[in-house]
Design a protein. Sequence first.
Length: 260
Amino acid sequence: MKRLENRICVVTGAARGIGAAICEAFLAEGAQVIATDCNETALHDFAQKQGCSAMRLDVGCEDDWNAFATQYPEIDVLVNNAGITGFEQGMVAHDPEHASLADWHAVHRVNLDGTFLGCRYAIGAMRNRPSGSIINISSRSGMVGIPAAAAYAASKAAIRNHSKTVALYCAQQGYNIRCNSIHPAAILTPMWEPMLGSGPERAANMAALVADTPAKRFGSPAEVAALAVMLASDEAAYMTGTELTIDGGLLAGSAAVPGS
Ligand SMILES: NC(=O)c1ccc[n+]([C@@H]2O[C@H](COP(=O)([O-])OP(=O)(O)OC[C@H]3O[C@@H](n4cnc5c(N)ncnc54)[C@H](O)[C@@H]3O)[C@@H](O)[C@H]2O)c1
């Protein structure tokens, strides 16, 4: 028996990157997958290729979640994966001194409001199922300060905290719903493309971006997806309110010690 057979699994931000890899891994484990994304064209191309269901969903939009709940009133697994850095339309100030309130809100709307709305929907959609698993994709940026990406870091830190609140709330209510967060760093997805370039400078840019990573390489979306499969499955039945880092050792500590 595959690990996710008979499970209805929903993934947000699934048209590409980590979300797409999670859908593929869930499908390989026998899940019924509903891929969602705000980019309707990319979403439908992806879903057609994978042979899975798809529905347009902007995670920051309450009406979209209500429409989704009408279509899918019961599910077993939700991955709140959709997220933005704030640099999608080009470089803007996201440091604590110069960031605009509008740019701050725009990042929180997707990352934090999206996760809050997703968790709220999932609790209702899972409470009458035998069990449920909510997986929130935070970031290593949710555990450390990031001077040039204040809104991103703050929103990811709030996701980490909200995951624990959801875990405790569900346990208090007697719901068999677990909630955990995953904290990736430097996973090679289209999110990085604007920073890498496509010419001869690409290899040097990639090496520079992982120079501080002990493993000295980017992680792959499939490596993050493997964690999501484990958290979605019964193997993680005793895991709730926890956080899993997947960062090539970046958060393990600092090499800047006497004698190094
Ligand atoms: N790639 C990394 O190195 C890395 C590191 C840490 C955390 N993360 C997190 O992992 C998640 C996925 O990142 P990725 O690298 O695959 O990003 P990506 O940019 O490659 O893909 C993100 C997907 O989310 C969708 N999306 C954006 N806004 C949305 C919205 N409002 N509603 C629904 N969908 C929306 C996009 O259309 C896209 O398909 C994000 O939450 C990101 O913050 C990524």
